[in-house]
Design a protein. Structure first.
Length: 277
């Protein structure tokens, strides 16, 4: 019986393949937009492109975990009983951040309507469209695999910063389609990276408290959902997000340093002594 050879650098391979898969899908989304296809076709293509990390992880799975079942791996990510206190904490923190940012944007009076959604039907559509793309499409690979895998070698804090950086950089093609140039683009990119690394830290902290993939999915969902609800200057929105999510991440580290700095003990599946990124 032949034994499949394990990848020497599974996380690096995952990140590389994720980007390789994403780029053509991103260009497909852009082409659909330019050619004026119906909105539902554009939304479907965008959702599919967001799943590039899951596609990459599924392709590499047998090379990372030889002899194991991909379906069983996914099931195990949701088998831990969800703690109500963790869910409530995540929801309340992000709701508080949303309300603060909303208040600041309202005071600027930049637009007539403060919300981007004009009906309950559109609100529900936006919520579930958002859920099916980023949160459900990205978290299995980035948090369910990469975050946990890096914690075999690094602290949850360091692992989350590394993952947050590469997760943020994965969005690079999107930055170039914002229409911003010069200083505005620099501010946008810096704010985006601070926001996403801070969110990655928050995800890691709560994921270590309750090892169920539902937790980072919820954090991701509300991060995207709330900022998309507010109708305001995008530079202001992303800057406020950066400031307040970074503040929340720092407070979480201060409140629970042991869990963030040391976290859960993640055993190597094959009890190997060495691990390479």
């Amino acid at each position: 019986m032949s034994i499949e050879k394990k990848l020497k650098k599974p996380v690096a391979s995952f990140i590389l393949l994720t980007n390789i898969i994403f780029l053509p899908l991103f260009f497909l989304v852009g082409t659909i937009k330019i050619l004026g296809f119906p909105t539902w076709v554009f939304d479907l293509a965008r959702c599919i492109s967001a799943w590039s990390s899951t596609f990459a992880f599924a392709i590499l799975f047998k090379k990372i975990f030889p002899g194991q079942s991909f379906i069983d791996f996914v099931k195990n990510k949701f088998k831990t009983k969800i703690k109500l206190t963790v869910i409530l904490s995540v929801c309340m923190i992000q709701l508080a951040l949303f309300m603060i940012i909303l208040f600041l944007i309202m005071n600027k009076r930049e637009v007539e309507s403060i919300f981007t959604i004009s009906s309950w039907g559109m609100l529900f559509y936006y919520f579930f469209r958002n859920l099916l793309s980023g949160p459900l499409g990205e978290e299995l690979g980035w948090r369910g695999f990469a975050q946990v895998e890096l914690q075999k070698r690094f602290s949850p804090l360091k692992a989350s910063i590394i993952i947050g950086f590469w997760w943020g950089l994965w969005h690079l093609p999107m930055w170039l389609t914002t229409g911003y140039w010069g200083m505005d683009l620099i501010i946008y990119i810096l704010s985006f990276m601070i926001s996403i690394i801070s969110t990655s830290i928050i995800m890691a902290a709560f994921y270590n408290l309750n090892q169920n993939l539902i937790i980072p999915i919820i954090v991701h969902q509300f991060f995207n959902f709330y900022i998309g609800l507010i109708n305001g200057n995008l530079i202001h929105l992303i800057t406020y997000n950066a400031i307040f999510y970074l503040t929340a991440a720092i407070i979480i580290i201060i409140i629970n340093p042991k869990k963030v700095l040391y976290g859960m003990n993640v055993p190597s599946i094959n009890n190997e002594k060495e691990y390479r990124i």
